[in-house]
Design a protein around this ligand. Structure first.
Ligand code: ADP
Ligand code: MG
Length: 246
């Protein structure tokens, strides 16, 4: 089982959209995938028409067994996630809990909150890989350095196996000069933090918003839209990457 977290402490950079569509795309490749909403805003839970009666907060705090929290290969988020306390050893809770599903799933995909607190540290500690999503703008680019520091600290303290699979540009508009400039810029940053920019970029596409309003993933809503094709290409790239290191 491989655990992949979708990370960026900035909001609006396509984390939730990417977590949702990577999971759906991997399932279309016959992979068994558990999707996990670790964000107190619960956008992913909404996108999946999930409900919070059984949620990851209750699992992390020991009130609910993970096997009882899974519905349709998904574990819902909870607004109470923000109250999770950063006690000694708290960063290992999710890693420990996920061991119980190790023999059931090929992949666990984790959607994370726009913050670098104990929730995100739990995700990083439990992960084999992180995918950094970013938009091609200056504030998003500036944040990647801080994010890389957090990843390095996690590697040192609680997960020496953690790898950055790559940086993914989302909501991309290649027609603007700015877009192209930032693409090159982010490529440089990727090299500086010892990772790569995914060959795939996810273009800005109205179909993404429409799919989300209809609570569908991009493949069942509009598989041949630009975003549908981009996410398919990304899933192929992820599978090739994962094979490459095994
Ligand atoms: N490729 C895309 N094209 C158009 N809109 C997008 C795309 N990706 C994400 N969005 C929209 O941008 C907003 C933020 O995306 P989201 O995945 O929720 O980001 P995050 O989880 O990082 O906050 C959402 O309204 C979403 O519908
Ligand atoms: Mg989100």
């Amino acid at each position: 089982m491989k655990v992949i977290s979708i990370i960026n402490q900035k909001g609006g950079v396509g984390k939730t959209t990417t977590a949702h569509n990577i999971a759906s795309g991997l399932r279309l490749k016959d992979k068994k995938v558990l999707l996990l909403d670790l964000d107190a805003q619960c956008n992913l839970t909404f996108a999946l028409k999930g409900n919070n009666n059984k949620n990851i907060y209750d699992v992390l705090t020991g009130k609910l067994n993970i096997l009882d929290a899974i519905e349709n290969d998904f574990i819902a988020g909870s607004q109470y996630l923000v109250t999770l306390q950063n006690k000694k050893g708290a960063e290992f809770i999710l890693k420990y809990i996920l061991q119980k599903v190790e023999n059931i799933y090929d992949y666990v995909i984790i959607d994370t909150p726009p913050a670098l607190g104990i929730i995100t540290i739990n995700a990083l500690t439990a992960s084999d890989y992180v995918i950094i999503t970013t938009t091609a703008d200056i504030f998003a680019v500036q944040g990647i350095k801080l994010l890389s520091d957090t990843i390095n600290t996690t590697k040192k303290n609680s997960n020496s196996y953690l790898k950055i699979m790559g940086i993914l540009i989302t909501r991309f508009n290649s027609r603007t000069v700015m877009g192209k400039q930032f693409h090159d810029n982010i490529n440089d940053i990727a090299q500086k933090i010892n990772t790569k920019l995914f060959d795939t970029t996810i273009r800005e596409s109205i179909a993404i918003r429409e799919a989300q309003a209809k609570q569908k993933d991009i493949f069942s809503y509009a598989r041949y839209s630009t975003a549908g094709r981009d996410y398919k290409k990304l899933v192929d790239e992820i599978l090739a990457n994962d094979k490459g290191v095994n």
